[in-house]
Design a protein around this ligand. Structure first.
Ligand SMILES: O=C(O)CCC(=O)C(=O)O
Ligand SMILES: [Fe+2]
Length: 480
């Protein structure tokens, strides 16, 4: 069994010195000492001396890490990113061999921890390096993760959805949507089902609802909802005129939406051992805000499940304030874990491009350029008022979010920060300090509660403030 895993991992790694070093194609700036350390690591790997390979990789990774974290990311020479990936590959693949074949008598927990470490090594290469050998690091992480998942003695414990057995994801519909029954792919009978008609969906809707904050939106401020507009209508009414709009009934065919697939359980199963960056602190403009790398399972246990049990605890309010919010925010999770990308669908409207071009010749390339980010966190995550350089569809897959928008023309009233944070307002949009920011009184806005299955079009440069009202998973598509 373990031998199969090793065989599969090794089959993905090039077998010769020249092929391995071939990924460092960019002119490199590496000192001779680095090159010599790397040659020894490659040699150890190829002669199956895996312990010494790991030992040689460690100082190489430390040294490269320093290069990657000195100065601005965009100024780091590409050769260091390729090197980081290559060394992560050698180290991770060696760790797989050490974890399995060499550790057969050490017990399942040791094997599991060691394999989890090898996934971490591959992920660090993915997060910090540049893609090599057809994205081999992504394939190998997936491989080892799948292997742990299919061998029952190694499975991650199932996610407790809530401490009281409630379902994680369930939201109220706004009145405007009450009769909009979306069609979804049912994951139990594998057919397109009308929500409400299918017995499986009926079962879901009978489950108790999760506690959610009630938000009153003034009707004059409410962002308009339209049901899956035609391309032409969207282009003319919203894209060209820079009008935000909520698009309903355009996500029913996403596999992620079928039977509300993205439960905590499912995310742990697909990505539990994967390492991701987590923002910790109430919002990125706070002094205490920081980032930490942790596995998806650790994040769910520490910041989502734990938060949900605190919310259900009557004494929870004080404790809740003590615990910082964790947010998997603006992360290209779908590049890192392509398996999850299969659950989502890039909105067709993205082919229109920011100028509203309908030229079909350019459409494929345009779709390639869509930046897809994951935003996954507990209730109470806040993205302070800011704007972005691209058009955006913020698609709500799980839970609900309160969103407030200020158009670009409101900028003089919004007090942007100076310097590199000049796309972020200094004002706390929902609790403004008018003594400090008097002009903010003049800023008018539109708002909404974005519900599960809805996509909000946020025009380029449109200011947005976002707060989650429940456990939430959104996917943003930035496109030009
Ligand atoms: O959902 C959030 O917290 C922020 C989303 C956002 O800022 C974006 O998609 O550009
Ligand atoms: Fe944004």
């Amino acid at each position: 069994m373990a031998a199969d895993l090793v065989q599969n991992v090794m089959a993905a790694v090039p077998e010769s010195n020249t092929a391995l070093l071939g990924c460092l194609t960019t002119p490199n700036e590496m000192a001779p000492s680095v090159n010599s350390l790397l040659s020894r690591a490659v040699e150890s790997f190829l002669s199956k001396e895996y312990d010494s390979c790991v030992q040689l990789c460690e100082p190489l990774l430390d040294l490269t890490w320093e290069k990657l974290n000195t100065g601005h990311w965009k100024d780091v020479h590409l050769c260091w990113r390729y090197l980081y990936s290559l060394v992560s590959l050698l180290k991770g693949a060696s760790e797989v061999v050490i974890a399995t074949i060499r550790s057969e008598n050490t017990g399942n927990d040791v094997i599991k921890n060691n394999l989890a470490n090898s996934i971490k090594t591959f992920d660090m290469g993915l997060l910090m390096g540049a893609p090599i050998f057809g994205n081999v690091l992504s394939k190998l992480s997936l491989h080892v993760h799948d292997w742990l998942g299919t061998n029952s003695s190694f499975q991650t414990p199932g996610a407790e959805l809530t401490s009281s057995g409630k379902k994680l994801i369930q939201s109220d519909n706004l009145t405007e949507n009450e009769d909009a029954k979306s069609t979804r792919l049912c994951c139990q009978c594998s057919e397109m089902c009308k929500e409400g008609n299918c017995e499986h969906f009926e079962n879901i809707s009978k489950k108790p609802k999760m506690e959610i904050t009630n938000i009153k939106i003034k009707s004059k401020n409410q962002i308009k909802r339209v049901r899956c507009p035609s391309m032409e209508l969207f282009r003319k009414e919203y894209l060209c005129s820079k009008h935000p709009v909520i698009i309903t009934d355009a996500m029913g065919h996403w596999p992620a939406m079928g039977c509300r697939r993205w439960s905590l359980d499912y995310l742990k199963k697909i990505a539990g051992y994967r390492t991701v960056p987590i923002e910790i602190g109430s919002k990125y403009t706070d002094d205490k805000w920081t980032q930490k790398l942790m596995t998806v399972s650790e994040f769910i246990d520490q910041f989502i499940t734990a938060d949900m049990s605190r919310s259900n605890d009557v004494t929870g309010s004080r404790l809740k304030q003590d615990k910082p919010v964790g947010y998997l925010a603006q992360h290209q999770l779908f590049n890192q874990i392509p398996e999850l990308q299969d659950d989502i669908v890039i909105p067709d409207y993205c082919v229109l491009g920011g100028t509203g071009s309908t030229n079909p010749e350019t459409s494929d390339d345009d779709v390639e350029e869509v930046d897809i980010n994951a935003w996954f966190g507990p209730k109470g995550t806040v993205s302070p008022l800011h704007h972005d350089p691209k058009e955006n569809f913020l698609a709500q897959v799980v839970g609900r979010k309160y969103i407030r928008l200020y158009s670009e023309v409101m900028t003089p009233y919004l007090y942007p920060h100076d310097g590199f944070m000049d796309n972020t307002s200094q004002v706390d949009a929902v609790n403004p300090d008018y003594a400090k920011f008097p002009r903010f009184k003049n800023a008018t806005y539109r708002e909404c509660v974005l519900e599960e299955g809805e996509m909000l079009f946020i025009p380029q440069k449109c200011w947005h403030y976002v707060r989650s009202l429940s456990v939430s998973f959104s996917v943003s598509f930035w496109w030009k």
